[in-house]
Write a new protein. Sequence first.
Length: 217
Amino acid sequence: MSISSNRKRRARGFTLIELLVGLSLMALMAVFLFGGFHFGLRAWEGGGTRLEEMNDAELAQSLLRRLLSQAYLETIPESSDRQGPLSTFRGRAGDLTFVAPLPAHRGIEGQYMFLLATEPTDRALRLVLKWQLYRADGLVNQTAALADDAAILENVSSIRLAYFGQTSPTRPPQWNDKWDGALGLPKLIALHVEFPPGDPRIWPDLIVAPKLQGPGN
């Protein structure tokens, strides 16, 4: 075949086989490109979700540190329907009730009663904070009826609260899983949070020293 005939065939365009091969290669490249894009998108979304969850953990620590550092102790005198005085600070391993200031909440400044605890969900537990405006003449033991609540940390396996201080005048300060406020506030409050296996979030143990003994002190 002469050089002129080859030039004429190329000028006429591609053959059917060449077009089919080219289309097949383009389709294969499109599949690879779409798969890579889809994988990258899922990785981006997963990374964004993890980052948001980690930010939520940091915000929860910041909020609790601020509130617990301002928790104060007040004793409600004995009443006709209750024997003995009642402390506004009562802690257990799984929950904590305390009073602290919450500035400018819904336009109302003042002291609020808080309950820090967990609630069950379909996945695991969530760390919740409940609160309402504190009244010294109210029933401080009815924390289940607190008006407002918010989930501050989702998908939690467990929490553990501990209180460092003296539970008796004759005993040295130590960590306890309960605190009734009979000898004042604990020197330290620690909150340990555990996440489900494989959860990338990190919760360094939150340890806070309450600063107040009463409103304005």
